[in-house]
Design a protein around this ligand. Structure first.
Ligand SMILES: [Zn+2]
Ligand SMILES: [Zn+2]
Length: 302
């Protein structure tokens, strides 16, 4: 069997709509994309998606040849499924459920989300159980093939999901019948600033991926490819262009050489040059085109 290639995408500006985000990622030469389905600074727990918007999105996928399973929706930033605060947890669960509804209607491969934050004086088990309960609610309420994916966090303050143990515990706490519709993804910047030294050697990077795979019982479902402004272990969640940060280019080449990076979305969340792009302009962002060239030079078959 032929080896799967690399599936690279970006999270572009969505001026003009999510269909235009698809076109801009394709315009930069990419075959995957990440989008928001609602404004990320609000819960969006009442926000439904109009049929006309869905049609335009599907038309953009058909026109660009982008596969629905390679599209990731990023959950809103305000979600906090780990919290002990019952009201916030309830609002998060409603928002996550609504997100699964919109994303399943769009037919995308997965929804990724940040698990939130909680103090954990007695260890991470209770927090993991709350995140899993919110996920289980959303998955049970919205049948379909769209997966719900935990993203590892940068570890600032009490943010949850910062290490292999917490990601593993969340997934292990899911009811068995829903577990197969869940998974996780790894952000290179978040791994690095939460203390995983993925830049010291190729072996070190491989070991980190092995640790996550062992704790979760499976390989990641996506990667976020971001260089980091913050230093190793700084817990600073600031992305920058690959090669401009503390990680540097080389480790991205090692990641591309790992078979676990093939066949799944590898998504850039790096700066965009044209943030004020016109609504009807489908041109790829120059920074994204540059990042794709860098990744190809580092070995990406994309
Ligand atoms: Zn990310
Ligand atoms: Zn980040």
């Amino acid at each position: 069997m032929a080896k799967a290639g690399h599936v690279i995408g970006t999270h572009p500006v969505d001026n003009g709509g999510i269909d235009m985000a698809v076109r801009r990622s394709a315009g930069a030469g990419m075959s995957a994309v990440q989008i928001f389905t609602t404004i990320p600074k609000f819960y969006g727990d009442k926000s439904t998606i109009r049929g006309e918007r869905v049609e335009r999105f599907k038309k953009a996928l058909a026109d660009t040849g982008m596969k629905p399973e390679h599209i990731i929706v990023h959950g809103v930033y305000v979600l906090n499924a780990a919290t002990e605060d019952a009201e916030k947890w309830g609002r998060t669960t409603a928002a996550l459920t609504k997100e699964m509804e919109r994303s399943t209607t769009l037919g995308v491969g997965g929804v990724c989300f940040h698990p939130g934050a909680t103090p954990r004086p007695d260890g991470p088990e209770a927090g993991a159980e709350r995140v899993a309960r919110a996920m289980a609610h959303a998955l049970a309420a919205v049948p379909g093939s769209t997966k719900l994916l935990v993203e590892n966090s940068a570890g600032a303050g009490t943010t949850f999901g910062k290490d292999v143990r917490e990601v593993g515990l969340i997934l292990a706490a899911l009811p068995k019948e829903l577990r197969k519709r869940a998974g996780y993804g790894l952000d290179t910047c978040h791994m690095f600033v939460s203390g995983y030294d993925i830049k010291s050697s190729q072996d070190a990077l491989t070991r980190v991926l092995d640790e996550f795979e062992e704790a979760a019982g499976e390989a990641p479902s996506f990667f976020h490819l971001n260089d980091s402004i913050g230093a190793l272990g700084s817990n600073k969640d600031r992305h920058c262009l690959i090669g401009d940060g503390e990680i540097g280019e080389e480790p991205f080449g090692w990641l591309l050489a790992d078979p676990r990076s093939r066949g799944i979305p590898l998504l850039l969340e790096t700066p965009q040059q044209n943030v004020d792009v016109a609504d009807d302009d489908p041109a790829g962002d120059p920074y994204d085109a540059r990042m794709l060239a860098v990744l190809r030079r580092l070995g990406a078959e994309a």
